[in-house]
Design a binder for this molecule. Structure first.
Ligand SMILES: Cc1cc2nc3c(=O)[nH]c(=O)nc-3n(C[C@H](O)[C@H](O)[C@H](O)COP(=O)(O)OP(=O)(O)OC[C@H]3O[C@@H](n4cnc5c(N)ncnc54)[C@H](O)[C@@H]3O)c2cc1C
Length: 376
């Protein structure tokens, strides 16, 4: 299982030791490259994009059917890292529901059809009967047994362990202040390498030399509620409502004893996608953060109540299309960027690491939707 770095392969410096960076370190190390990871902190932590203990994985990808092979690959890889089933990936199944003519809901159904994803359709009555949801008669549900959630801390630990088993050096206390061809400048020195992978999450936009591509950082909230009913029969769920895309997790004890839920996107919430400065992100809870989530609960999960017990502020690094950026820098070929994971990247980490290793070691072209040219 473990390998030593091959002297004929480049020494790769990976900036960022979060979801993407550890995946890149693992996949590059597995291919035989010498790898050094730099991060000020040891993940998991709450400073970037992976805070909050759990992340959804889902196969009926409404963002585009090209993501489906990647999520399948990543799921297999997560399971391959597990010592016992369910250690990293908890396969609860996923129920997604919304108006039948909602574009995202229709895209879920299209993904099921085009990619042969096992699913069960439910009409509004069946939805109400099976789950504690309240929906208009014209809404439908789609249950996919392949959906579930990932345990963030365990996933990061497993990727780090695999990277280290392949000889990667994972350094903490190492904040990059600049990325230059062939070297990364730290607060107290620099590190030289043959190739650099910039995977610093919300730190990426400010470190990107000669940017020319559009990455911004937006703020998001995660909430936990104490449900009024003892054990609500909900797996991982996603609701495509006219007020936005809300999602949540089963009741459980993953970091916080309660039910976690959040709003991913909403054209109805003013300023939700306003770019922010990472250093001065507002970590307080504003009334407008909770109001749409509370309104969603009252309208669609009324039996759970609205007793909020915890919240966390997190950030997405987004591209204009919300597709990922996984490509070599156009004017610095020995710099590869894995960023812009746009609030839905965690589940893909093992596959993104494999793509990055192919860019770095094989000179492969980027997957078209992740190419630099798409995000300028
Ligand atoms: C609220 C919320 C909910 C989400 N839900 C889901 C979900 O359900 N499913 C899903 O698949 N995805 C989800 N995501 C997205 C997913 O968590 C991110 O796409 C993923 O964590 C991004 O990985 P990353 O490595 O780019 O960033 P991170 O995981 O944040 O890692 C970046 C690392 O870079 C380090 N770093 C930063 N600056 C520097 C520097 N100057 N020098 C060195 N290192 C640096 C940081 O310390 C950090 O460890 C969610 C994100 C948020 C915020």
């Amino acid at each position: 299982m473990s390998t030593l770095p091959r002297p004929d392969l480049p020494h790769v410096i990976v900036v960022g030791g979060g979801a993407a960076g550890l995946a890149c370190a693992w996949r590059l190390g597995e291919r035989g490259a010498k790898v050094t990871v730099l991060d000020p902190r040891r993940a998991p932590h709450d400073e970037g994009s992976h805070g909050g203990f759990t992340r959804v994985t889902r196969h009926a990808y409404h963002e585009g059917t090209s993501y489906v092979p990647l999520v399948r690959e990543a799921d297999d890889a997560w399971c391959g890292l597990e010592r016992t089933p369910g250690e990293l990936l908890v396969r609860t199944g996923m129920i997604e529901f919304g108006p039948v003519d909602d574009a995202d809901f229709m895209a879920v159904l299209e993904a099921c059809r085009a990619c042969d994803i096992e699913h069960t359709m439910l009409d509004a009555a069946a939805l109400r009967e099976r789950y504690p949801v309240e929906v208009p008669d014209a809404w439908q549900g789609c249950f996919t047994p392949s959906g579930g959630y990932l345990r963030v801390g365990a996933c990061l630990e497993a990727m780090r362990a695999r990277a280290e088993a392949h000889g990667a050096q994972v350094r903490t206390g190492a904040r990059a202040v600049a990325v230059e061809p062939g070297r990364v400048v730290l607060e107290d020195g620099h590190v030289e390498g043959d190739h650099i992978v910039l995977a610093a999450g919300v730190g990426t936009p400010s470190l990107m030399p000669d940017p020319g591509c559009k990455l911004s950082v937006v703020r998001r909230l995660l909430f936990w509620i104490r449900p009024r009913v003892a054990a609500p029969s909900l797996p991982v769920w996603g609701a495509m409502t006219p007020g936005g895309f809300f999602y949540g997790f089963p009741h459980g004890n993953e970091g916080v004893l309660g039910m976690k839920l959040a709003c991913h996107t909403s054209a109805a919430i003013p300023g939700l996608d306003e770019p922010i400065e990472v250093e001065s992100v507002d970590r307080s809870l504003r009334p407008e953060d909770w109001a749409p989530v509370e309104a969603f609960l009252r309208a669609h999960l009324p039996s759970l109540g609205t007793e909020r017990i915890e919240h966390k502020v997190c950030m997405y690094t987004v591209t204009p299309s919300w597709d990922f950026l996984v490509d070599r820098h156009p004017s610095i070929p020995r710099l590869t960027v894995v960023s812009g994971l746009s609030g839905h990247g965690f589940k893909f980490a093992p596959a993104l690491g494999r793509l990055a290793a192919a860019l770095v070691l094989d000179g492969e072209a980027a997957q078209p939707e992740f190419a630099w040219s798409r995000h300028v």
